[in-house]
Design a protein around this ligand. Structure first.
Ligand code: HAM
Length: 440
């Protein structure tokens, strides 16, 4: 018989193993906390959406839609896709659920997997998680500043030192003029094959092409900032003034156009302060999308949002050696010797758990040595040992796992004693003596 095929995750897809979960939980909790502090409500949208939702909004000529969507026909023949981002789905949900009638602006946050058929490398995957915040129904520049300030706080709360790259790409009106002068400027310059094509379909994208010759070509190009109409300029100045009042470190970056077509006015991205500004290093990005809801058939709804990449944040937290408390770390292990003791310990385990103590066991193991080994691996502070002798005496041993010191307490008083030690709740329990572990 031939050997069965060994399956592995697909290229660009990853398992998140138990040992990595503490980092993911840490990031999730910080995102959730800040979202609650700033009054964002959580939204979950489906992973599968109509492909047209993204073609119409992210843009037909963007890399995401042209090359990176996982598109297929479902059994009913509808062209569907794994979502490559979450802003268009949130805008769809805003319209679908009549959120226009809710108090404005509507502030939503999300967390979930997105899919892009990108070339996998460190920090670039085909399935990755995004957290994000969207504010729909508000046009004030203060909203832009507040979103950037909040996102900056969030990265700081991860322990990461970040800088914001910021730009304004104007409105469709002023951008039209700019695109004309940019195209004229780049027409005779040396460009990569992709950008030659972009020159007629989406010249703004040339500004953030990574090819050397394209970078050289755009270095002298006219800057969009100089073409902004009065309203767009005024909006941008106010956003920056808002940031000046905060601790946000920002850099004006005239080449930051972002890879999605729905943006207008403010665009921004977060990078580690000590890292190069290159697309695979972006820890998050966002911008205004005042026309997106309307493009999807809704009423005019100015909006802005931001999304961050969880894998990249986790990678940086690990690289920087930031210490994270493992929330699943237990304090107490319950060890038992003999059938009667096990029965009593099953109840004790549950009683401790109900009292808010993080407790572990290994009831399938019989020997004390094995159980103590397991307790050691779990790095608990105390192991409670119930052997034959203790069972008869109505006592139990508390073993301090670091010092190895053992004390005997009344079985009935063990919970208040453990609570006192772990949670700082006063138990007032009499300790008899030190003793060696009892053998069954
Ligand atoms: P984005 O810049 O395409 O924006 O993605 C946001 C973040 O997702 C990036 O800054 C990066 O951290 C992470 N990311 C992107 N691609 C990958 C990948 N292949 N592997 C790992 N991480 C990745 C958006 O998606 C917009 N929807 C953001 C937004 C929200 N704009 C307005 N509201």
């Amino acid at each position: 018989m031939s050997k069965p095929k060994k399956f592995q995750t697909l290229k660009g897809f990853r398992d998140i193993l138990p040992e990595h979960q503490k980092f993911w939980n840490f990031v999730f909790e910080k995102v959730k906390d800040i979202a609650q502090d700033y009054s964002y409500q959580k939204i979950d949208t489906p992973i599968l959406e109509s492909a047209e939702l993204f073609e119409r909004t992210v843009g037909q000529t963007t890399d995401i839609v042209e090359k990176e969507m996982f598109v297929f026909k479902d059994k009913g023949g509808e062209k569907v896709t794994l979502r490559p981002e979450m802003t268009a789905p949130v805008a769809r949900a805003y319209i679908e659920h009549g959120m226009i009638s809710w108090p404005q602006p509507v502030k939503l946050w999300y967390w979930g997997p997105v899919f892009r058929y990108d070339r996998p490398q460190a920090g670039r995957y085909r399935q990755f998680y995004q957290f994000g915040f969207e504010v729909l129904g508000g046009s004030s520049p203060d909203i832009d500043s507040q979103l950037i300030i909040m996102s900056n706080h969030l990265y700081k709360s991860f322990g990461l030192d970040v800088e914001v790259q910021i730009n304004s790409i104007g409105c469709p009106g002023c951008r039209k003029e700019y695109i004309k002068s940019l195209t004229k400027f780049l027409k005779d310059k040396k460009l990569c094959a992709d950008c030659r094509r972009r020159l007629s379909v989406n010249p703004l994208r040339i500004l953030d092409c990574k090819e050397k010759k394209c970078r050289e070509a755009v270095s002298e190009a006219p800057q969009i900032i100089d073409s902004l109409c009065e309203e767009c300029r005024d909006h941008f100045v106010k956003v920056l003034e808002g940031l000046d009042e905060s601790e946000v470190v920002y850099n004006l970056n005239p080449f930051l156009v972002r890879g999605l077509d729905y943006y207008n006015r403010t665009t921004f991205e977060f990078y580690l302060s000590d890292e190069e500004v290159a697309s695979q290093n972006a820890l998050g990005g966002g911008g205004r999308y005042d026309y997106l809801v309307e493009q999807l058939g809704g009423r005019p709804t100015p909006a802005i949002g931001f999304a961050g990449g969880v894998e990249r944040v986790v990678l940086k937290i690990k690289e920087k050696g930031i210490k994270i408390k493992d929330q699943t770390q237990a304090d107490v292990f319950v060890a038992q010797l003999g059938e009667e003791a096990k029965k009593k310990c099953l109840k004790l385990f549950n009683d401790l758990r109900k009292e808010g103590i993080k407790v572990r066991e290994s009831f399938s193991k019989k020997g004390l040595t094995e159980q103590l080994e397991r307790a050691n691996q779990m790095k608990v502070k105390y192991t409670l040992i119930l052997g034959q002798k203790e069972l008869l005496d109505g006592t139990i041993i508390i073993r301090d796992m670091e010092s190895g010191i053992q004390e005997i307490v009344d079985f009935e008083k063990v919970i208040p004693e453990i609570k006192k030690r772990i949670l700082g709740v006063n138990g007032g329990v009499k300790i008899y003596s030190e003793s060696a572990p009892s053998k069954s």
